[in-house]
Write a protein that binds this ligand. Structure first.
Ligand SMILES: Nc1ncnc2c1ncn2[C@@H]1O[C@H](COP(=O)(O)OP(=O)(O)O)[C@@H](O)[C@H]1O
Ligand SMILES: [Mg+2]
Length: 286
């Protein structure tokens, strides 16, 4: 579903000496079935934006709509539609066992039979590469950081949300887990109309799955658009170029030197072949 954000502003501790504006006039539109990366230095407002999108933070002003409907109209159902996996997953886990934790949103709605719950929890676990029978009775607090992250994601998927927001999901994942995560993002996007928002201060590992990129800086939008456009726009920004996805920046640097680079996905193999070709032949325009 389309997500539209209009003129979002948020102040923390407004009217006190500690007042801080975390969001400054943020407006963007995410068409359905897209993956948006929200990139920015620490403290730039990424988490605040993620929390306003799922209703945990009420913005000081501005409007967010999902499929043309103001999210204020969804009431408590909003969290079922827009699921957020916290930057620190342990803040999200609270039950005694992994099974109870993941099934919590289903058990609290009374809409699901025991069999339904069992099936949905099993599927959500399988999606994140966990086997429910191995961990169902373990305490979520005894898991490794990466396992906690996966349990928190399973808990977000179990409700079959339309939008999945992952706040700094790479923090405690190893390379194989990052691949699993990218597969989850891809398959979630392909379900009709589903949207994924990945918030991170480092987008390198998510570059292959991103359609759009929003760069935040001091609560403002520094750039928004296709990854290629954003990398091209911020290529010469002395501060923000340092946080751009490195492959995206490399491709734009080469293009700026009139070296033709293949369009489309950031495929490391294709880019490598192209650079070797240019170095060997000295030909840059093809
Ligand atoms: N609960 C809060 N109270 C006061 N200030 C906050 C609160 N949460 C975040 N901030 C401030 O808002 C700004 C943006 O924070 P945040 O959205 O967490 O940034 P990011 O996720 O990009 O690191 C920071 O300056 C931060 O200190
Ligand atoms: Mg954050």
């Amino acid at each position: 579903m389309e997500i539209r954000v209009d003129n979002l502003n948020h102040f923390f501790k407004r009217g006190t000496p500690f007042e801080r504006q975390a969001l400054r006039d943020i407006s963007f539109l995410i068409p359905p079935e897209k993956v948006l990366g929200v990139l920015g230095p620490i403290g730039s407002g990424k988490t605040t934006l993620a929390r306003t999108l799922n209703g945990l933070v009420q913005p000081t002003s501005g409007k967010i709509s999902l499929g043309g409907v103001d999210i204020k109209n969804f009431g408590p159902d909003l969290r079922k539609k827009i699921a957020l996996v916290f930057q620190q997953p342990e803040k999200q886990l609270f039950e005694e066992t992994v099974f109870r934790d993941i099934s919590f949103p289903l058990r609290s709605s009374y809409d699901f039979s025991e069999e339904d719950i069992e099936l949905r929890v099993g599927n959500a676990c399988a999606t994140v590469g966990l086997y429910i029978d191995e961990i169902r009775n373990r305490s979520p607090f005894e898991l490794s950081a990466g396992e906690k992250r996966r349990v928190a994601i399973a808990g977000a998927l179990v409700n079959d949300p339309e939008v999945l927001i992952l706040d700094e999901p790479a923090a405690d994942l190893d390379p194989p887990s990052l691949l699993i995560l990218n597969n989850i993002v891809e398959s979630f996007k392909k379900k009709k109309g589903h949207t994924v928002i990945i918030v991170s201060h480092d987008m390198d590992s998510f570059l292959p799955v991103l359609d759009l990129l929003l760069v935040m800086h001091n609560g403002k939008m520094a750039a928004f658009g296709a990854v290629r456009e954003v990398c091209s726009e911020l290529r010469n920004d002395p501060e923000l170029r340092q946080i751009l996805p490195s492959l995206g920046l490399l491709v734009e640097e080469l293009r700026a030197r009139n070296i033709h680079m293949p369009d489309g996905d950031f495929d490391l193999q294709l880019i490598k072949d192209r650079i070797i070709d240019v170095l060997r032949t000295g030909r840059s325009f093809t």
